[in-house]
Design a protein around this ligand. Sequence first.
Ligand code: XMP
Length: 509
Amino acid sequence: MQNNVLILDFGSQYTQLIARRVRELNVYCEIHPFNKIPKNLNYFKALILSGSPYSVREPNSPRVNLNVLLDKFPTLAVCYGAQLIAQEMGGLVSASNIREYGRANLFLKEKNSVLFDGISNNTQVWMSHSDTIKKLPDNSSLLASSDDVENVAYRFLQNVYCLQFHPEVYHTVEGKKILENFLTKISSLKQTWTPDSFIDSTITELREKIGSDKVILGLSGGVDSSVAAILLHNAIGKNLHCIFVNNGLLRKNEFNEVLDQYKEMDLNISGVDYSEEFYNELKGVSDPEKKRKIIGRVFIEAFEKESNKIKNVNWLGQGTIYPDVIESISATGGPSATIKSHHNVGGLPDFMKLEVVEPLKLLFKDEVRRVGKSLNIDKKILGRHPFPGPGLAIRILGEVNKENVQMLQEVDHIFIQGLKEADLYDKIWQAGAMLLPVKSVGVMGDERTYEKCVALRAVESTDGMTADWVDLPHKFLQDISNKIINRVKGVNRVVYDISSKPPATIEWE
Ligand code: XMP
C-alpha cells in the first residue's frame, strides 16, 4: 500500500518547507506544480495544497480541478489553497482590511476536531495573507478563529481541512502536530519513510535499473556526491568508477586527504591532477563569470579524458538533490539561476551520450546527511561545509595563479582549523576566506609593509539561498587575525565580512 503525499505547489515560498515537515514525520511526499499534476494519482493517498503569492481574486491566478482532487484525497489546504476551496465551492474571499501577517492565537471552535487533536486552545500560529475568507462554503464547519480573523480553519465535506495559517513554519508552535494529525489520523498514512527504508529501496531500484552496466561519477569531496557514490557502490560495487579531479583550486591538502578517505571506503576511484591545465587556462583572467565558465569547461574536458579510459560505460552518476529538481520543474524557475553560472562537478556534457542516474534526487540536504550517517560515511565528509565547484578561484578577486592560491590556502587553513579547535565549525553553515585585490600599508617590527588584505566570511543558512553573517567571538577573530598576519607571508590586514545574503552573496564572485 502506498503511503505517499502529493503536494501541489501554487508558488509559495513555503512549499519546500511543507515537504520537509512531512518528511520529518517519516512520511514520503512529492511536490508537483499545480499545472503539471502527475498522471498516476493512485500513487498518492493524501493531498496538500500550498500557499501562493497570487490572490484567488485575480482572474489568472492558479487553478486546479478541485472536484476531481477533493473527491479522491483527504486534503489539507494551506492559505491560498484554503481560499481557493472557499471561493470555488461557493464561499466568499475578499481583500482583507486588517493586517494579517505574523503571529496570532488560535481559538478552537469545535470540540473533538481530529485535525486539532491534542492542540492547545490559544496556540500560536503564523499568518501571512492579504485576502480573507468572508464566508465559508456550504457543507463546511468552522474549526478555529483568531482575534482578528473569523474563518482561520474550517472543514469542508468530510475530509478536506483548510487553514488560513501556515502549519509548516516554526512560528506555528504546534504546526508539526497538526500536520501529523492530518497525515496519520485523517489520511491513515504510516510513518515508515526513514533513511534505512530509503537506502533499501534505492539499492534495489539501482540494481534493477543498472544491472551489470558500468557507471562513472565525478566526486568532489562534498556530501552529495559522496553519499551518491556510496549508495551506488553498495548497489553495483566495482562497476562504479569514480573520478576525482584536482583542479588546483581546492583547500590546503584537501585532494590527498579526501582521496585517502574515499579509498578507505573502498571506492573504485581515480584521483587525477589537472592543476596545471586549470592554472594555464585561468592566466590573466579576472572577470568572475569568465573564470566560472573556464573552470566548467576545463573540468568537462578533464572528466571526458579520464572517463574515456574506462571502457563500456553507459551511465553517469550525479549527486543532484531535491531542491535542484524542484527548482528546475517549478513554474517560475530557480531564483539563483541568473546571478552566477553555477558549476557543479559531474555535470553532463551532451556529447557523452550517457544516461543519468541520480540516487538522491528525491532528498533534501538534511536527509542526504541522515542517509549518509546510516551508510556509516565518515563524519568528516558528512559534516563538511559546502564548497563551491570553482573552488578558491571565486574567492580570489583578480587573477588566479598558483602563488595566490597557495597564499589563500594558508589563510583558509588557519581560519578553518581555528573554527574546528574552538568547536565552532559544526555550528555554522559555511566559512572561508577571500583574497582581495588590494594592498595596504602596515608596520611589522620597525618595517613598513605594503601587502595584501584578506576577508574572512562565516555564515548561517539552511539552504544557501539566504544567509546571515555569524557573530564570531571577538577574541577568536583577534587570535585568527594575529595568526594569519604572523604566519602568511604577503598578508598584513584581515577584515571580517558582515554582509547578509541578500543583498550580498556568500561567495564574493
Ligand atoms: P552564493 O555565492 O551564490 O552561494 O551566495 C550559495 C551557495 O552555493 C555555493 N556555490 C556553488 N556551489 N558550484 C557549486 O557547487 C558553484 O559554482 C557555486 N557557486 C556558489 C556557495 O559556496 C554557497 O554555499
